[in-house]
Structures are given as C-alpha cells and as structure tokens.
Write a protein that binds this ligand. Structure first.
Ligand code: ATP
Ligand code: MG
Ligand code: MG
Ligand code: MG
Length: 473
C-alpha cells in the first residue's frame, strides 16, 4: 500500500468517512476563539460544540488540522517526533459514538488499514478507567502486558478547573518489541516508543466542588500526528526524514552545498529547525499573520529569526541580497497539497513577506555584530575582560543575539560574560511585562516558551480550557 504522507492522510479521512464521519476542512491556524493564540489541536474548531454552546451540525466528523505548538519549539530537532508545525488527523463524536467504537476503530485503523503489527502497538489508559481496560483487553484482544495504566498527568484531560473532562487512552508504537514486556517498561522511553494517537473520552462534568458528574452528551476527541504515523510507516528514524518534510531539508542542503550524510549533529539540527520553522512560517502568513513584536506576529518573527540564524550557521548565502528563506518557502508551498488550499494562490505575497523580514533581520544582526565587536574591544581594555549582563541583554533583546552565541563569541576573544547580571536583566523584564500585561502564556505545557520574553502583548492570558484538550503529554 501507498505510504506517502498524502496517501496516509487520505486513507485516514476515508476510513472515518466510510464509518459515518463528515470530512471537514482544516480550520485556520488563527483560531476563532479570541482567547487562544494559535490552533494547537484538531478539537479547537469544535470546542463550542463540545462545551454545548453551539448545536452540532453533524453527529461526527473527521479532519486533518494544521497545528502549531510553540511549547515544542525547543524540542525541534532534539527529539525525533516534535515539530512546531504539524498536521493532526482526528475523528470526533459530538454525543454520538463513544468509547467502544473509538477504541475499536483506532485499533482497526492502526493494525488493519495501516497494517501495524499488533504486537508492536501498546496502549495507555487512565489508571481508574476499567471500562477502557475491558474494551482493550476483551473486545480488541490486546494482551494485558501491553496495556499500561497511567496517572492523571498523562491520561486525564480536563478543560479547566470545572467543565467537561475525562480520561484518555493513547496508542504507542514499539520500535523494539524484542526488548520484552514487564512492569518496568516505560512508554515514555522515546528510544523505544513513539506516541502516535490520543483518544480523549469526554464523559464527566467537573463541578465547583470537584465532583465528577457523568455528562449526558458524551464526546470523543482524538488526535493522530500525521508526521509520526508517516515516520512509522515509511520506516525512517524521525519525522523529518518523511516525505512530508525531507524535500524541504533537501532544498536547504542544496543551498548549503552539503549532503545530509556528511552533516554533523549540529548541522542536522539546523536543517531540521529550518525545515520545521519554514512550514510554520508559510502557513502562519497564509492564515494572515504578519511579523510584529506582539502576539502571533512575534511568534512568526521569532521563527523566521531562528531560521535565519540556523541558515547562517550552515553557511548559506542566499540570493543577490542575501535572502534564502523565500527559496525554502517556495519548496514548502510547492509541497502543499491538502492542508491549505489557498497557499498556492497567496504564494507571491507570502514569499515577499518572508524576504522582507529576513532582510530586516539581517540588517539588525549586522548592527548587533558591530555592537558586540565594540563592546568586546572595550571589555578587553580591562584587567579582567568581562561583558556586562546589561550589554548581553541588549544584544539579545534588541538585536536577537541569543546569549549563548554572545557568550561563545566573547569566549573566543578571551572575554567572560556576566551571566548573573544577564539573568537579573531577564528577570527584571519578565517582572515588568507581567505587572503591565498580566501573564502571557501561549502554550499550555510548561517549559520553554517562544514568547517568554514578549514585552508587550495584546493577549491577556491564555484559555487553558481548549488548550489542554489533547495537549497532555
Ligand atoms: P508528546 O507526548 O509526544 O509531546 P502529546 O501528548 O503532547 O505528544 P497530544 O496532545 O496527545 O500530544 O496530541 C495528539 C497527537 O498529536 C500526538 O499523539 C502526536 O501524534 C501529535 N503531536 C503532538 N504534538 C506534536 C508535535 N509537536 N509534533 C508532531 N506531532 C505532534
Ligand atoms: Mg498525548
Ligand atoms: Mg504525550
Ligand atoms: Mg507534547
């Protein structure tokens, strides 16, 4: 069977269409929900239906949703499975079918339609969810050794302090079944497993008192990462080497005049970051986001800047004026098929925006380099050459020089850097921006956030409601 990314997407949608689901288009990366920054999961466009605020149009639906998760930014290129931009395949039930069908279909899709060997699929369930356990064990026939009960953090979805919530069950693929089964096996071990499909059973309402009342209308919300299932079916070592992403890397290799096999780890990381970020950048602009210093525009700007820096580290020069991202973006657009039907007609504008932003950043970088050079010369006239925290901060905040790069360059010239002073400046800025604008949170998971140093923003808080939907890790 055809295992190209396009065909996997089509087979998923057809599988659920033939089981009564209405195939609906991807929603924009800019959600209608004004409290949410970016679309992080397939369920977001259905949130009002799930919450019972809007009547359902159809009993059940299936989509391939373009998503961006800025909370995974630091994972890009580090793990084999995380992108900022990815496609989430999903099947949804609005008070129609429930746990039994959702589980059986997820299994049939995985093992029959996609042909994964049954002994390589493991499942996690919420520790108290005996109903899911029974279905997996008795109706599907998964041996109990491959059903893992996990706690609230991993397998219970809540939509906030109160409201709809419920347990989830996830499917993992085992790359090394020969390592055996047992209590000590950890599904979170990503040298052995990859999570690919999350099934959320929205079955309770959490009251103010913290009680779980059964919901009248029980919903199903799922998410299956297209790039991840492609990685598995195409038998490649990571999402980046699938046909959904690799051609973009190949374009960057051509521009850098190197080969993938000869690239060291650092270069591979740069290649992956550029490919990942340019997908995000193209679709963000297509959905109407423009580079700026606030909110979504700032996310976009940071992604472009990061890609520019990685290009620089690969020694890419680009066109006459030194822009190379539009060449990469062209490849992204050329590969775009299903996920955003408008992207091809919008191409000229998208490419021009990228080009301008890249050139703007290059100028800033050059000015920053000059400033750094001057500051280092000044420092060298002292007994103990040291770059102040304040200067390091200005370089990072205004000129986009990450402090690690400043430190590296300084070290090469025999200058140390006042990291405590730098941290103090960062902390100071964080405090100020929080006091002035409330807490900004773009993503629902902790960890590095692309927007943590936004000084000014139009967003007042983040609706953890929708976000937590399928974002439990
Ligand atoms: P992980 O634990 O690997 O970070 P997750 O638990 O955060 O994934 P979910 O919120 O359950 O992911 O999302 C549903 C599915 O979407 C995942 O099972 C996975 O297939 C896919 N997915 C989630 N995050 C990413 C990402 N950053 N890049 C690619 N695919 C992703
Ligand atoms: Mg998950
Ligand atoms: Mg997870
Ligand atoms: Mg995650």
């Amino acid at each position: 069977k055809d295992v190209s990314g396009d065909s996997i997407r089509r087979r998923f949608l057809e599988f659920y269409a033939s089981r009564g689901h209405k195939v609906l288009p991807s929603a924009s990366l800019v959600p209608e929900d004004p409290t949410v920054l970016l679309t992080i999961a397939g369920m977001l466009q259905f949130k009002p239906v799930f919450l019972g605020k809007v009547p359902r149009q159809v009993p059940c639906a299936t989509t391939s949703q373009r998503c961006i998760r800025t909370n995974d930014l630091e994972n890009v290129g580090r793990t084999a499975r995380h992108h900022t931009f990815f496609e989430m395949l999903g099947n949804f039930s609005f008070g129609d079918y429930f746990k039994k069908e959702a589980i059986r279909w997820a299994w049939e899709l995985s093992t029959v339609e996609f042909g994964l060997p049954a002994n390589r699929v493991w499942v996690s369930i919420y520790e108290d969810d005996d109903e899911a356990f029974e279905i997996w064990k008795n109706e599907v026939g998964v041996p109990v050794e491959r059903i893992k009960r996990m706690g609230e953090a991993d397998n219970f979805w809540t939509s906030g302090p109160t409201g709809p919530c419920g347990p989830c069950s996830e499917l993992y693929y085992d790359f090394y079944p020969e390592r055996g089964c047992g209590d000590e096996v950890d599904l979170g071990d990503d040298s052995r497993f990859i999570e690919f499909y999350n099934l959320v059973f929205m079955q309770y309402n959490k009251t103010k008192e913290g009680l779980l009342e059964p919901l009248k209308q029980k919903n199903i919300d799922t998410g299956l990462g297209l790039e991840r299932i492609a990685q598995i079916l195409q038998k490649v070592p990571n999402n980046y080497e699938t046909d959904l992403v690799y051609p973009i890397i190949a374009k960057v290799l051509e521009l850098a005049n190197i080969s993938y096999d000869s690239a060291d780890d650092k270069a591979k990381m740069s290649l992956k970051v550029i490919a990942d970020h340019m997908r995000a950048v193209v679709y963000l602009i297509s959905d109407g986001v423009l580079p700026s210093n606030i909110g979504r525009g700032y996310v976009l700007r940071r992604l472009i800047r990061r890609a520019v820096r990685k290009g620089k580290s690969l020694g890419i020069h680009g066109d006459g004026k030194g822009a190379f991202l539009p060449i990469v973006a062209e490849k992204v657009i050329e590969m775009s098929t299903y996920i955003d039907s408008d992207v091809k007609t919008k191409a000229p504008r998208i490419l021009e925006e990228i080009r301008q932003e890249e050139l703007r950043f290059k100028k800033t970088l050059e000015r920053g380099e000059k400033l750094l050079d001057r500051k280092l010369k000044e420092a060298l006239s002292a007994d103990k050459p040291c770059l102040s925290g304040k200067d390091a901060f200005i370089l990072s905040d205004t000129y986009g020089f990450p402090v690690e790069i400043t430190a590296e360059v300084a070290e090469e010239r025999g200058v140390s850097i006042d990291m405590d002073g730098f941290e103090a400046e960062m902390e100071n800025q964080r405090r100020q921006s929080q006091a002035a604008h409330n807490v900004v949170k773009l993503s629902v998971e902790d960890g590095d956030d692309i927007t943590k140093d936004i000084a000014d923003t139009e967003f007042l808080g983040y609706d953890s409601l929708s976000a937590r939907a399928v974002v439990k890790s």
